[in-house]
Design a protein around this ligand. Structure first.
Ligand SMILES: Cc1cc2nc3c(=O)[nH]c(=O)nc-3n(C[C@H](O)[C@H](O)[C@H](O)COP(=O)(O)O)c2cc1C
Length: 329
């Protein structure tokens, strides 16, 4: 399958692994890229820009295929050293950057000058148009179903993707709720040129996280995620657990008076404890509603090959059959 996204990023299949905190290490990105998708290292998971440079070098040793780096702009008082992060990416010869969090205007000229393609992840049509206006090459359109930060508009992908298609000139991929060949074909039908997956890629053999995390995703249904931090306008979709339910009780009790400090124990610094140690009640961690569609833990290659085979079957048999008047059960 060839789309504007496969051509732009030099990849075999139009499937991207979104940046994920404490998941997007070199092992994850290389496994996805070796399977013909676009793997992405999560820049901010590395403690320093030097560590990021080493992680990029490690990934290059593990794959000769293109891979990217995610740079997330956090709403924080002590921002990471973004210029040094950008330098590590450029010096590391990375050809694709996924930006997220807020618009990447201040780093864009450096990335563009280095010949890097930039795909910006956004949760609304207006932010997608802004990304297009400032010169991003592509957009990842992240619907309300997504794991992580869905924004505050709550528009699911069934509406958001065709709306993006109606407004955008640059190519975009669907993001949020994508799991299988059905997701890919539906995304393409709604105007996307590929899809981005987060949660689905955590439940793979190569994902460098504790087995408990993978099992939790397989065990979860589409009813098991919760939205936290809405009162702070920093909404995050997470998998429910003891800490998350405790956090929600605090949100309910404190209402508009809620401050970040009130929930710091449930959200700050919990990722290593969950992803590395498998302490599944340590705090709130991002997970999409798509957990309900995840039943197994394949290798990245098995997953991507299966998605492409399913997409082929749906397009060339199921849908083509309907057009020929064949009624499918
Ligand atoms: C555990 C986890 C951590 C994530 N961390 C980040 C991050 O650091 N930066 C970012 O831009 N997106 C992050 N995301 C969002 C993903 O890149 C992707 O947009 C999202 O997972 C898509 O929704 P899905 O989970 O339904 O596939 C994270 C998602 C998950 C599940």
């Amino acid at each position: 399958m060839k789309t504007a996204i496969t051509e732009m990023f030099g990849i075999e299949h139009p499937i991207i692994q979104g940046g994920m905190h404490f998941v997007g290490f070199a092992e994850m990105a290389a496994a996805v890229s070796n399977a013909g998708g676009l793997g992405i290292i999560t820049g901010l998971t590395q403690k320093t820009p030097e560590d990021l440079a080493n992680e990029i070098a490690k990934c290059r040793d593990m794959t000769d295929k293109p891979f990217g780096v995610n740079i997330t702009f956090l709403p924080t008082l002590n921002p990471p050293d973004y210029p040094a992060i950008v330098k590590a990416v450029i010096d590391g010869g990375v050809k694709v950057v996924e930006t997220a969090g807020r618009n990447p205007q201040e780093v864009l000229p450096y990335l563009k000058d280095a010949g890097i393609k930039v795909i910006h992840k956004c949760t609304s049509v207006r932010h997608s148009l802004k990304a297009q206006d400032i010169g991003c090459d592509a957009v990842s359109v992240d619907g309300f179903e997504c794991g992580g930060h869905p924004g505050e508009d709550d528009v699911p992908n069934m509406i958001l993707l065709p709306r993006a298609a109606d407004e955008l000139d640059i190519p975009f991929v669907s993001s949020g709720g994508q799991a299988d060949g059905r997701s890919l074909v539906a995304s393409l039908a709604m105007g996307a040129q590929g899809m981005n997956m987060g949660t689905r890629f955590i439940a793979t053999k190569e994902a460098p996280v504790h087995e408990n995390v993978k099992q939790a995703i397989v065990a979860a249904s589409e009813l098991d995620t919760r939205l936290v931090m809405r009162p702070l306008r920093n909404t995050e979709r997470v998998l429910t657990n003891e800490a998350v339910e405790r956090l929600l009780e605090k949100e309910k009790a404190l209402g508009a008076d809620l401050k970040f400090e009130d929930i710091i124990n449930e959200v700050a610094g919990v990722y290593p404890r969950i992803m590395m140690d498998g302490d599944m009640d340590a705090g709130a961690w991002s997970c999409g509603m798509v957990a309900g569609l995840i039943y197994d833990i394949p290798t990245c290659k098995e997953l991507i090959d299966r998605i492409m085979a399913e997409a082929d079957q749906i397009i060339n048999e199921r849908l083509a059959g309907f057009m020929k008047g064949t009624v499918d059960a």
